[in-house]
Design a protein around this ligand. Structure first.
Ligand SMILES: *[C@@H]1O[C@H](CO)[C@@H](O)[C@H](O)[C@H]1NC(C)=O
Ligand SMILES: *[C@@H]1O[C@H](CO)[C@@H](O)[C@H](O)[C@H]1NC(C)=O
Ligand SMILES: *[C@@H]1O[C@H](CO)[C@@H](O)[C@H](O)[C@H]1NC(C)=O
Length: 383
């Protein structure tokens, strides 16, 4: 939407200018034609924007820009191309097209890619839940090389072993990345005992695998936990508010999935889109109700059910919608949180009062997380 406003603003100015000039009796004919031509050019330009196969479909633009997408300035990041979406959604377009359009062997590799049985844990910290069964496990998918994000979380919402009297654990889920020093990762794990790594390639398109491996780990290594949350590494998480929400007497203990609910989201069929999913991978035009991937919470009876039911659901690269599919296939649906306004997506500025009331916010950097957290934990009134 951002691109349109200057255009229509300019158009309005031009119309005013031309209207004023036209009202003047002695206007030369060429001026009339000049203004007309300019108007025509603008119209053609606007129309071409509207009908071009732009990166995002119009519904996507309306939806995402209004709520949580931002013009991420990527130019200072390595030599990656510029993206105009939140960094967590960035992906090189041709990768999606190359992968989803390559002829998949029916029932072959692609079909089983998301099924965690095909992957083995390299590190699994299998005793984490044994001694002290957690009330809540926070599972954070993160790229192996992103030590900064892990350290920021370890210094902020991930540092507490007990919250509101409940045992809480924070663990990081990694795939493989050939460019990362294995020994360094092992050292990091020896220091913090919080890394879980599985032997799939850690890429954007493999996020569904990552999520299903998280489910596999919870089902097999941590079945005693009461609740778990999949939470992205770029989130502000008000962990106290989350635990208090889960402690409420009415909170379901089984078949419970909550977060920011997405209803009737259309499947993106524009091949240039970052969220493109082919009809072959997902035939319905809309996704079932799902919880936005930035952070969703579930009762810990669900992971084993997800792992089982995923055997019969074709994987596709939108991990949160895939969990929605698993829920649907199980005959379940996500539950609205007691206070839906606590689940927020992107916010550009910190507000001490606001951040004391919410549960999630998407942040722009690990530095922001550390700064906001430091202020959040400062004594004194929040509002
Ligand atoms: C974009 O990145 C450049 C280079 O790091 C920086 O100078 C500029 O301030 C950034 N702009 C915004 C809006 O963040
Ligand atoms: C996509 O496929 C084309 C043709 O095979 C290739 O040139 C291009 O590098 C591929 N892109 C990616 C990101 O793999
Ligand atoms: C996902 O991981 C598998 C297993 O490591 C790998 O074969 C595949 O290429 C990865 N897919 C993408 C799109 O990165």
């Amino acid at each position: 939407m951002g691109r349109q406003e200057p255009v229509s603003g300019g158009e309005a100015d031009l119309r005013r200018l031309c209207a004023k000039d036209l009202s003047h009796h002695k206007i030369p004919l060429f001026r009339f034609w000049f203004c007309g031509l300019l108007m025509l050019c603008l119209l053609v330009f606007v129309a071409s924007l509207a009908f071009s196969d732009s990166v995002l479909s119009w519904s996507e633009k309306l939806f995402f820009h209004r709520r949580f997408y931002w013009f991420f300035n990527q130019s200072h990041h390595n030599n990656a191309p510029a993206y105009r979406v939140h960094p967590k959604h960035k992906v090189i377009l041709s990768t999606i097209i190359n992968n989803t359009e390559s002829p998949a062997v029916p029932g072959g590799l692609q079909y089983h890619q998301a099924y965690p049985r095909n992957y083995q844990f390299v590190m699994d910290n299998s005793d984490v839940c044994k001694k002290n069964p957690p009330f809540l496990v926070l599972m954070v998918p993160v790229a192996p090389k992103n030590i900064a994000a892990r350290d920021a979380i370890r210094q902020t919402w991930g540092k507490y072993g007990v919250i509101q009297g409940e045992v809480v654990r924070t663990l990081f889920m990694l795939g493989l990345d050939g460019g990362v020093d294995v020994e360094k990762l092992k050292q990091e794990d020896q220091q913090h005992h919080d890394l879980i790594q599985s032997n799939f390639m850690d890429t954007y398109l493999n996020l569904t695998i990552k999520t299903m491996v998280i489910m596999d780990w919870l089902a097999t290594r941590c079945p005693t936990a009461a609740y778990a949350m999949k939470v992205d590494s770029d989130m502000f998480l008000n962990i106290d508010n989350l635990v208090m929400m889960l402690q409420k007497p009415g909170t379901p203990k089984l078949n419970y999935l909550t977060g920011m609910l997405m209803w009737n989201r259309p499947v993106i069929r524009s091949k240039n889109s970052k969220w493109y999913v082919s009809e072959d991978l997902y035939p319905d035009p809309k996704y079932p109700t799902y919880t936005l991937g930035m952070g969703y919470i579930f009762s810990n009876d669900l992971p084993i059910k997800f792992v089982e039911v995923s055997k019969s659901i074709k994987p596709f690269n939108i991990e949160d919608a895939y969990i929605g599919m698993c829920m649907k296939k199980l005959g379940l649906s996500p539950t609205s949180p007691p206070n839906p306004s606590q689940f927020k997506a992107y916010n550009s500025k910190y507000d001490r009062c606001e951040f004391s009331k919410i549960i999630t916010y998407i942040l722009g950097s690990s530095e922001q997380l550390k700064n906001y957290w430091a202020d959040h934990k400062k004594p004194g009134p929040h509002c």
